[in-house]
Design a protein around this ligand. Structure first.
Ligand SMILES: Nc1ncnc2c1ncn2[C@@H]1O[C@H](COP(=O)(O)OP(=O)(O)O)[C@@H](O)[C@H]1O
Ligand SMILES: [Mg+2]
Length: 422
């Protein structure tokens, strides 16, 4: 079977790496992919939002399975497009339709869903931009810190947490005045939850589900989780506190009611659900839903999956998950992201990357790179993810760090404390 993966990051590179190990794979394509994915298959120079272009390419290359990496095209309806077009209907799509993608595309919708289906989450209220003053009065009834979330997609920048009431009111006014564009037309204000976060992933056909290895990611740029938020600086799987007892609570209180809710609400859903959870004194609560895999969690999770990932995707796409048994490696997988100096603020691009050919015992997944006349250069804030497995977290991390030290480019930065809090 020929497979087309939509996206251009290390997440898509890692999924492609895993799929390329499947004996069931014919040819592998990426749209648009990156210099790393070019070693696994064919990069098609199409943007993830060009549905007609992707549809044409899928027909031309005899694609049987479309795997959508990022949330953008899902929220914009790529799965709906493929099911609507007569000539594309036969292609299996991994990723929900627009109706289901709202679980990520609208934080207000997600909170309503969670409340309607009695799934543990922070208490909240939502305010339309015309209700900004009511939102300010609501803030007065809460205790700090204050959590404000722009309803729509905001590339991970739409959530702010503030210590003082005045700051919170000012932030609310900025959001509803258009700081995040239309994403801030509605703002969710919620109770602050204290605890340690983790990411739990399932693959579902909307009825049955398979739980993938969980992971913890590290979002802040600085050591000890300080400084600005990034797209993700590293990840570890498994998460020690997610033991059998905790995961049983996650499954019974969160995963099962979510799948039941998807059925009750008739959301046509085939794909991944990423549960952003927080452990509040032993009880899991939902911080958010995402409708795709996490980045950089995927770059660790894929290394722990022993099963044929393409077979799993096919089982999901054909409603055969009920009897599916996932095999996972009893190893620790870690990933560490190398970024450009200055990120997540301003940074320079076009720095020549060398030494990656000397890597040993680790996987290299490209995030923000370009191939310019035969030379690999940096082209983004997050540049490369280095992933490895080991018998312990320290062993896996040591392999990541040894390999990261072999790679050089001007302004290379990475966190040296991934997993520090576990
Ligand atoms: N209710 C909350 N209590 C405490 N921290 C929160 C809460 N909601 C969000 N956060 C923090 O903000 C981060 C981003 O929020 P999230 O809802 O995941 O939005 P997004 O990933 O779209 O930016 C979370 O990972 C968490 O660290
Ligand atoms: Mg999040």
């Amino acid at each position: 079977m020929n497979v087309l993966i939509i996206g251009s990051g290390a997440r898509e590179h890692a999924m492609g790496w895993k799929i390329s190990q499947s004996p069931a794979l014919g040819k592998l394509y990426f749209a648009p992919g990156n210099p790393g994915t070019a070693n696994l298959g064919v990069n098609l120079s199409l943007s993830a939002g060009d549905f007609p272009g992707i549809g044409e390419a899928a027909l031309e290359h005899g694609i049987g399975l479309l795997l959508v990496g990022p949330e953008g095209p899902l929220v914009e309806g790529i799965a709906d497009y493929f099911s609507r077009e007569e000539k594309l209907k036969h292609i299996r799509v991994i990723g929900p339709k627009k109706s289901g993608a709202r679980l990520e595309g609208s934080k207000d919708f997600a909170k309503e869903f969670l409340t309607r289906h009695h799934i543990p989450t922070a208490r909240y209220a939502s305010f339309h931009k015309e209700e900004t003053e009511a939102g300010c009065r609501y803030l007065e009834t809460l205790r700090p810190p204050y959590v404000l979330k722009a309803d729509g997609l905001a590339a991970g920048k739409g959530v702010v947490i503030l210590e003082s009431l005045d700051e919170a009111k000012a932030a609310l006014r900025e959001m509803t005045a258009g700081k995040f564009g239309k994403a801030g037309d509605v703002v969710v204000i919620e109770e602050f939850l204290k605890g340690i976060e983790l990411s739990v992933f399932v693959v579902t056909d909307g009825k049955e589900y398979v739980i993938l290895p969980e992971a913890k990611d590290y979002k802040r740029i600085g050591h000890n989780d300080t400084g600005l938020n990034t797209g993700g600086m590293g990840a570890v799987s498994p998460v020690p506190f997610a033991d059998a007892g905790f995961m049983q609570k996650v499954e019974q209180r969160i995963i099962q009611p979510t799948i039941r809710g998807i059925q009750e609400d008739q959301l046509d859903y085939t794909g991944f659900i990423f549960f952003g959870l927080i452990n509040c004194g032993g009880d899991p609560k939902v911080i958010e839903y995402n409708v795709r895999m996490g980045d950089p969690e995927t770059e660790a999770v894929m290394l722990r999956i022993e099963s044929d990932f393409l077979e799993l995707m096919n089982a999901a796409a054909t409603g055969k998950l009920a009897s599916y048994q996932l095999r996972t490696a009893p190893l620790v997988a870690t990933t560490v992201m190398a970024v450009s100096q200055g990120y997540p603020g301003d940074f320079e691009k076009g720095k020549v990357i060398s030494g990656y050919d000397k890597m040993d015992g680790a996987c290299l997944f490209h995030a923000g790179t370009r191939m310019e006349s035969g030379q690999l250069t940096t082209s983004g804030g997050r540049v490369l993810a280095v992933s490895a497995t080991g018998q312990s977290r320290d062993e896996a991390l040591a392999i990541c760090y040894q390999n990261l030290n072999l790679i050089s480019y001007e302004g290379k930065y990475f966190r040296k404390d991934i997993g520090f809090d576990l």
